[in-house]
Design a binder for this molecule. Structure first.
Ligand SMILES: Cc1cc2nc3c(=O)[nH]c(=O)nc-3n(C[C@H](O)[C@H](O)[C@H](O)COP(=O)(O)OP(=O)(O)OC[C@H]3O[C@@H](n4cnc5c(N)ncnc54)[C@H](O)[C@@H]3O)c2cc1C
Ligand SMILES: *[C@@H]1O[C@H](CO)[C@@H](O)[C@H](O)[C@H]1NC(C)=O
Length: 385
């Protein structure tokens, strides 16, 4: 009997976890899993704020890990990695069009499909400034070069403005403040009246205190309304009327769905893929029984976090198995509403919110600031997050 084709688009937190979960059962499923991704490496982007600020904090091979190697243990009949980009999904012929990094465009048939294409950010695409500060995979196989170029910019700037004071903006400000020479000015612009405004206010004050001790200027209740290049520098216009002249502007807000290849009918008004609790795609036409799932950042589930992505990956893989085997118990995803976030501010500390409590700075250091979870990257790639 010909194997069942399961195609997964995207090989990051979701794609890798789901692929391993399915491959563990590949024989019983009589399945072949095809994983498509534009880069050969899995990017430990959780550490991006430290990576872009401190070129020597980690080795590149600690945060850019070869994807195929982690699947080498499976027989070639059950697994294929395609270095390339999915360009279209045809629901009636059940095919995915793929443009490989080299070679001709091709069409893959699927019996079951998992969309795991995630999200990017304005800093990654460089749409505001024309250059990339990569906080997410780039959609090409060029992250090493992008990161090196970003490190050159952060280490040579004498004046840096960071737009947005959510966790990424705060973490980046803390890392840069530690990395730069004395006399380099760092300004963090927060649209809200306190940084980290989704966390408890005591976390915000802790963050503001720690940043000020590191000589970061924090502007609250201030919005960036325009960024213009002016020769070698940038002019950042604020809604207060003030204009900041800077060598480097880094936006840290915004999340953009990687949905260019996804049928319009799968997408909600903001461009995220609509899924039900079982993570099955819910097209606008009501044909909810398509054998197509989506998980992680690309979905309309609002907590776009790595751990939530992994949780969804396991649920989607489980439900695909149930579809294939016509037996077993289907699972559902409930994101809950508890905030779990640790925010390093440099190597010595930070803040956050864990089970309703704001952790002491030294606890944040022990949990995350010391290494940004980099030692966990191989586990996530191996499906053991
Ligand atoms: C700076 C930063 C720090 C973060 N820190 C944390 C943290 O501390 N803790 C936490 O839990 N979460 C954190 N997150 C969130 C976390 O990174 C995401 O939730 C997680 O990466 C989502 O995984 P994913 O697999 O859904 O998608 P992504 O990681 O976005 O991966 C999608 C993959 O699909 C690929 N792809 C896209 N389009 C196509 C296509 N057309 N064809 C083939 N492949 C495609 C992409 O190249 C990429 O490899 C952070 C995010 C950022 C930006
Ligand atoms: C996602 O969209 C689907 C279909 O519209 C909807 O049923 C579901 O509740 C949405 N999920 C969230 C978390 O809003």
């Amino acid at each position: 009997m010909a194997p069942i084709n399961i195609v997964i688009i995207g090989a990051s937190a979701v794609g890798n976890t789901a692929a391993h979960a399915l491959l563990e059962d590949a024989q019983r499923l009589n399945a072949k899993i095809t994983l498509i991704n534009p880069s050969k490496t899995f990017f430990w982007n959780i550490a991006a704020p430290r990576i872009v600020a401190k070129p020597n904090a980690f080795r590149a091979d600690e945060y850019l890990l070869p994807i195929e190697k982690s699947f080498a243990k499976y027989p070639a009949t059950s697994f294929e990695f395609i270095l390339g980009t999915a360009t279209a999904i045809d629901t009636s012929s059940k095919t995915v069009s793929v443009t490989p990094a080299d070679g001709e465009a091709k069409t893959l048939s699927f019996d079951h499909l998992l969309i795991a294409s995630g999200a990017t950010t304005p800093s990654t695409t460089g749409e505001t400034t024309g250059f990339s500060i990569p906080f997410k995979p780039s959609g090409r196989d060029d992250l090493k070069e992008l990161i090196e170029a970003a490190q050159k910019k952060t280490t040579s700037a004498k004046n840096i403005v960071i737009g947005g004071a959510g966790p990424i903006g705060v973490e980046l400000a803390g890392e840069l403040a530690e990395a730069v020479d004395q006399g380099v000015s760092i300004t963090l612009v927060s649209a809200t009246d306190r940084v980290l405004h989704t966390l408890k206010s005591s976390a915000s004050s802790a963050a503001e205190d720690q940043l000020k001790k590191k000589n970061v200027k924090v502007l609250t209740s201030t919005r960036v309304i325009g960024v213009e290049s002016s020769g070698d520098s940038w002019v950042v216009s604020l809604d207060s009327g003030e204009k900041l002249t800077t060598d480097l502007y880094i936006p840290t807000t915004g999340s953009i769905p990687n949905n260019a290849f996804i049928p319009e009918s799968f997408l909600g008004p903001d461009g995220w893929v609509k899924v039900d609790k079982q993570l099955r795609v819910q097209p606008a036409d009501g044909s909810s029984s398509l054998p197509i799932y989506a998980a992680g950042d690309i979905t309309n589930n609002s907590m776009r976090l790595g751990m939530k992505a992994v949780e969804q990956a396991r649920i989607a893989a489980n439900n695909i198995k149930v579809d294939v085997l016509h037996s077993g118990e289907r699972k559902s995803y409930h994101q809950g509403d508890s905030v779990m976030m640790v925010v390093p501010i440099g190597e010595a500390g930070g803040t956050g919110q864990v089970f309703g409590f704001v952790p002491f700075s030294f606890m944040v250091r022990m949990i995350k600031s010391k290494d940004f979870f980099v030692p966990k990257a191989p586990l996530w790639l191996a499906g053991k997050a």
